[in-house]
Design a protein around this ligand. Structure first.
Ligand code: ASP
Length: 590
């Protein structure tokens, strides 16, 4: 008889089974021959159980067990026995017991593996992805995907309880008219010469579901972006997408907080304190140089123009005279050598800064700095008025230039200092809402205004009375440990306002009709007020499992260059195949 029907999983063997006969199935994780006895670690997704083969239990089975090798797939029957105190393995959940095997079925053999599972962390990632099914056999990967499943299950549970309907919106959708949107396009065979696009997000469909009176929508949505290579981005990723009718910002934010708290509690047993912290975009940027500050450590950026008002330092003078800004990070409690300080200057330049000025307060209260002789005698006293924590040993890292770019650089330097100086508590989960975003941003290159979020985002009241740059959006982003987890907004539901926004973005009437005619029309046919948000599930699971990248929590991810080494996609297709779509490759570089 084949031992196919296990009676328990390997990792679930407990005291209550001692003396009982059970059937286990799984993979041979390791084998040790000890004289007459053969020990096998049998692994399934729940864990490992030690099997013992002894000629005394069955000489035939013992003989068979000699042939077992790593990753053979087997089934065994045997009796659960308590281990002697000396042989207990406390590192294993099942380490108090072993199975004395009386029957063995070998379901399949395995030849030598392309890499050893327990050293997969050291092998080239492309090899891991080519043999992803082997990589996924590793306990750490099995745990990550078990957790991912639990997260998605908890999301569904919570949202169902609150009256959300789950929808699937189309994956074959309409390409953006002008093609600048980094979409994947799909040729249509039945409409030769026409193309679908894969959605970057279900944004417009979910809004239309609100127009349909569905009231509360969610989707575990696959989104596609044909972006250029950037660290830790995937061409397809999953987000929890949701939308609600008759809501304002606080209703959506409270709902999302509830969802996250529920998932953390249910999956990790961690209690979050609600409401989550909130911060305006202006505050986040002026204090941390980022719209997604990592608040696990403080180290604020401090504006310190006043300290250099009468400086003779040429580069600072030039910045001040042209309306620029001077900002500093004040690091306390770290002893930097000159070499280290100069390395931070190199690092800042590596980030794109023109320079970085450091001023070190010595034990005797005087300063040490490459520009020391240009600093006034009472510099420390004056600086202390701006940096109250300044003390012996403190270092000021100073940058000067145009506000936005300088603060962005200081923000990045802050993060690097935080991690290099171990200022970050790795176990902390620091959630933050960022609100009060600008509605629009100006692109110097294209000389155009574009939406900071997307063009369906409502402006805050009073938008008519201010310049484009001053308009704010009814948008909110949720940030965890400096990573943007998600974002959303209250949307426009009124045609007139939507058209005005399109106008500001430079869309002419014809393009507006071509691209968004269906939305504008829907907005005239009874569109309720609504808002929503999307949360990146891959990122959330990455942070919950403390994995190093989203690729570690996506079952079959692409490499950083968007390639799938397992299936070998993308791949060229033949002329005959292309002909069905009336397409031809001209083989000329684009
Ligand atoms: N559609 C947005 C996104 O994918 C999220 C939202 O506004 O709901 O980022």
């Amino acid at each position: 008889m084949h031992l196919m029907e296990r009676t328990v999983r390997c990792g679930h063997v407990t005291d209550s089974l001692v003396g009982k006969e059970i059937i286990l199935t799984g993979w041979v994780d390791g084998r040790r021959d000890h004289g007459g006895l053969i020990f096998i670690d049998l692994r399934d997704r729940s864990g490992i159980m030690q099997l013992v083969f002894d000629p005394a239990y069955s000489s035939k089975v013992h003989e068979q067990a000699h042939g077992l090798r790593s990753e053979y797939v087997i089934g065994v029957r045997g009796t659960v026995v308590e281990r002697t105190p000396q042989t207990v393995n406390t590192a294993l959940a099942t380490g108090h017991w072993e199975l004395h095997v009386t029957d063995l079925t070998i379901f399949n053999r395995a030849k030598g593996l392309p890499f050893q599972l327990d050293s997969a962390d050291q092998v080239d990632e492309e090899l891991r992805l080519k043999y992803r099914y082997l990589d996924l056999r590793r306990p750490i990967m099995q745990q990550r995907f078990a957790l991912r499943h639990e997260v998605i299950f908890a999301l569904r549970e919570y949202l169902h309880e609150r009256g959300f309907y789950e929808f699937e919106t189309p994956l074959l959708t309409k390409p953006s008219v002008e093609g600048g949107a980094r979409e994947f396009v799909i040729p249509s065979r039945t409409h030769p010469g026409s193309f679908y696009a894969l959605p970057q997000s279900p944004q417009l469909y979910k809004q239309l579901l609100m127009a349909s009176g569905m009231d509360r929508y969610f989707q575990i949505a696959r989104c596609f972006r044909d972006e250029d290579l950037r660290a830790d981005r995937q061409p397809e990723f999953t987000q929890l997408d949701l939308e609600m009718s008759f809501v304002d910002e606080s209703t959506v934010m409270t709902m999302v907080e509830g969802i996250i708290a529920y998932v953390y509690k249910k999956v990790l047993g961690v209690e979050l304190t609600l409401p989550l912290k909130r911060m305006t975009y202006d505050h986040a940027f002026s204090t941390y140089g980022s719209d997604k500050p990592d608040l696990r450590f403080d180290l604020p950026i401090v504006e310190c123009k006043a300290l250099f008002a009468d400086t003779e330092l040429k580069f600072l003078r030039a910045v001040l005279d042209t309306g620029g800004s001077i900002g500093a990070l004040c690091v306390n409690g770290h002893r930097f050598s000159h070499t280290e300080l100069n390395r931070w200057v190199d690092r800042a330049q590596g980030l794109g800064a023109k320079g970085l000025l450091w001023i070190h307060v010595k034990e005797d209260g005087t300063v040490d700095s490459p520009v020391e002789k240009f600093l006034p005698k009472d510099f420390v006293a004056r600086a202390r008025a701006i940096f109250p924590s300044l003390a012996a040993g403190s270092v000021l890292f100073i940058m000067a230039g145009q506000y936005k770019s300088t603060w962005q650089l200081l923000g990045r330097l802050r993060l690097e200092l935080g991690s290099a100086l171990n200022l970050i508590n790795k176990n902390e989960m620091n959630f933050l809402w960022v609100t009060g975003f600008p509605l629009l941003e100006y692109d110097e290159q294209t000389k155009c205004w574009s939406s900071v979020h997307h063009p369906f985002t409502s402006p805050t009241a009073g938008w008519q009375d201010v310049d484009f740059a001053q308009m704010k959006a009814r948008a909110y982003d949720i940030v965890l440990n400096g990573i943007e987890l998600g974002g959303g907004s209250i949307r426009i539901h009124d045609r007139e306002l939507q058209q005005k926004i399109f106008d500001m973005l430079g869309l002419d009437k014809q393009t507006m009709e071509e691209k968004f005619g269906f939305l504008l029309e829907a907005q005239e046919l009874g569109f309720p007020p609504h808002g929503g948000l999307a949360i990146g599930i891959d990122r959330l699971v990455m942070l919950m499992t403390q994995a190093s990248s989203i690729r570690e929590v996506i079952a079959f991810p692409k490499t950083q260059s968007g390639f799938d080494p397992l299936m070998e996609a993308p791949t060229p297709i033949g002329q005959a195949y292309l002909a069905q779509y009336q397409l031809k490759i001209n083989n000329k570089p684009a």
